[in-house]
Structures are given as structure tokens and as C-alpha cells.
Design a protein around this ligand. Sequence first.
Ligand code: GDP
Ligand code: MG
Length: 439
Amino acid sequence: LTERLQNAFSKLRKKGKISESDLKSAMREIRLALLDADVNFTVVKNFVKTVRDKAIGADVLDGLNPTQQIVKIVNDELVKVMGDSAVGLNKSPKIPTIIMMVGLQGAGKTTTAGKLALKLKNEQKARPLMIAGDVYRPAAIDQLVQVGQQIDVPVFQLGTDVDPVEIVRQGLQKAQEENNDYVIIDTAGRLQIDEKLMDELSRIKDLAHPNEILLVVDAMTGQNAVNTAEGFNNQLDVTGIVLTKLDGDTRGGAALSIRAVTGKPIKFIGQGEKMKDLDVFHPDRMASRILGMGDMLTLIEKTQKEYDDKQAQDMTEKIRENSFDFNDFVDQMDQMQNMGSMEDIMKMIPGMANNPAMKNVNIDPKDMSHMKAIVMSMTPAEREDPDLLNPSRRRRIAGGSGRPVVEVNRMIKQFGQMKKMMNQMSKGNFNGMEGMLGK
Ligand code: GDP
Ligand code: MG
């Protein structure tokens, strides 16, 4: 989607002024791009019509920078269709707040239950309890139990032989006794919506009176995601949506149409398999991401979350004083590894999403460990002062780390580029990012 829209816009960008036929072809590109991304047909039709009306109304034809105006109109409309602003979780006036996860098999209910529990724990010091309500496969219960162990959140389960409604009843009782402030109910899914499943989910809903019914939808299923969302919402009147698997190439399509078709807010997005990969959904950020402007804010938040405050401060100072050294370089690599793949991170940077250079950006964890080995073979003085690294020292380091000299040289060069880039970034200039990749 992003790519096609960018193509449409770059055609416009080349021209100083926009004619009516340009507008028409831009609208056609936008329509095709959206349809291509599996956005629901009716949503596309309304979207394009609104954009066209606004573009015509807004003096685009003789404006100073018509392209920017159209981009802005498209952006604003995307934001609007996706719900304007972020919507938080419903909260019960008295504990526990009950959250029920629903969705098709494989959508990510169990994973998201864990991610959400961890988020509540970290951000609100909450004490959640998870209930294993998927009784059709023993593996489903094990999976939730494992997730619970991983994030240190208790899981209530009664095996596979008890009716899920009864499990939920007893689980809620347990939460009452233990004073849990949140209860997250994991439920079964099917490959397709069927009556039996809906009946079971309705019975759980009637018993538990959840404050939040979160429909978990796999963003990669395109148009089917919309049908699924519509089906679940009609039967259960869900209160919010979680869009998972948005970590691959951006599927703005699902986010766009699900909100429009169900009228229900997308509350979270899943961006990876790890427990920390759950983010609040911000319509404006998703709109910019769809438009290829990058998701700077999410990136900044992500970075902030990963960095211990003090460390970040130290780093900023070092960068400002230009005293960033090889020890920091290693720390930095560790941080990067914690944040997710380099590729994910780079994609969020404006202009990088569609940058052909991105195709080759895949810093192998093995490369990282080679780089670390090289740094470890430096003396403390060399680590602090890269200028010391003359050819004979480089040969010694190569020998010590078991890496070829060319690799040592390359890494030292990359380090220099990274240092330069960071210095630029600290001055608010992100264009140096490519330097870091040694391109
Ligand atoms: P459930 O059947 O709805 O409970 O789905 P699961 O929670 O078992 O998830 C199915 C698969 O999708 C698992 O392999 C998860 O690791 C994976 N998954 C869930 N959410 C995400 C996500 O946001 N990104 C990625 N890449 N994988 C996810
Ligand atoms: Mg599951």
C-alpha cells in the first residue's frame, strides 16, 4: 500500500502545479492502492470520494504546493477513518476489570493475552490473572501456562474436561479471593466462525460481563480480517480490536477497513512474537506509516522504553561531547538487539520504509557477535580512543578475535560512521542513518 501511494505521490511531486487530470489519476492510484491492500471496497469508495471532494474544495488546483495539500488531505482522512485518536482499555469501577479475548484460531489471542498482562503489570503495577478458557487442545492450556511463567503472571486452569463457562466462573472466584485487579480470559478459536463457537463465547460473556471484549485479528489475512471482524462483532458486540502481526510489511489495509466496517476502535497492535511487542494503536501514526512517512513516534517511544533513563542520559551526553567509544558501541548493539531486529527499527524511520537499500539491511546476530569479538580483543585504551588503532594494532586485534583484518577495518570504519551519524542525530538530523549501515 505504502509503495503504491508513494508512487502516486511521487508522480505528483515532480510537477509544480496540479491539473484536473492529474488529480483524477492520483485518485485512481489511491483507489487501486487501497483495493490492492485489501481495503474493503465500500470503504475505498467512500474514502476516495471524500478525498476528492476535499481536494477540489481546497483550492488545490492553484495552491502553492498542491501535492502537499493532497497528501495532507489523504493523511487526515486516513486518520479519521481509523478513529482519530488512541482509545485506552475500558476499566471497571471496582476490581477486577475483566477482559475477554476472542478471535479465530491462530489470530494471536493467547499471545496477546500474555502481552497485555505484561503491559498492565509494567505500566500500572497491576496483578492480573489469566484464565485458560480454550479447552479443545491440551497444548492451548500449556501455551498459556508457559506464557504466564514467562511473564510471571498466574494462570487459572482446570484442564480440558471442564466446560469453559465453568472454568471462567471458578477463575473469577479465584480472582476475587486473590484480589487480582485484572482478569484476562483466553478463549478457543476456530478456523472459521461457527455457531457452536459463538454460542460458547456468548455464554462466557453472559456469565463474566466483561468490561472489554477484545477481538484479536490477524492483519495479514487482508479482506478476510474484515469479514471476521464483522462476524464476531455482530454476534458479540466487541468493545475493541487488536490487530496482530503488523510486524511484517505494513498492512495498513486491515486497520483502515476494520474500524470503518465495525465502528469499533482498534486499541492495540501486535508487532512481533515477543511478549513486549504490543503497542497502543495511534491512528495518526498508522496513517503516516501507510503514507510512508515512517512511524517516528513509535520508534522514539520504543527506544525510550528500552533504554534505562540513566543510560540514555549518559549516552546523550557522550554523543554531545563526541566521546562515544567502542564500549558504548557494544552497549548500543546490545540495546539494538533488545529492541528487535534492525530491519524493524529501520522501517520506522521516514524514507526508509521504501528505500531499496532496506532490502539488504539485515544485520545478522552472527555479525553482531563478530563485531563484539573484535571489540573484546581491543585493549581498554583502544576501546576508549579509536584513534590509537594503527595498522599493527589492527593486525593484533584481528589475530586475537579470529576475524580477518578487512573485517576489523570495516568495523572500525562503520563505527566511525555510526559515531558521526549519532552526532548528527543528536542535532536533529536523521539523514546520517544510512551511514551506519555502511552503505
Ligand atoms: P490464538 O490461536 O489466537 O491463541 O493464537 P496464538 O496466540 O497461539 O498465536 C498464533 C501464532 O501467531 C503464534 O505463533 C504467535 O507467536 C504468533 N503471533 C501472535 N501475535 C503476533 C504478532 O503480533 N506478530 C507475529 N509475528 N506473530 C504473532
Ligand atoms: Mg490460543
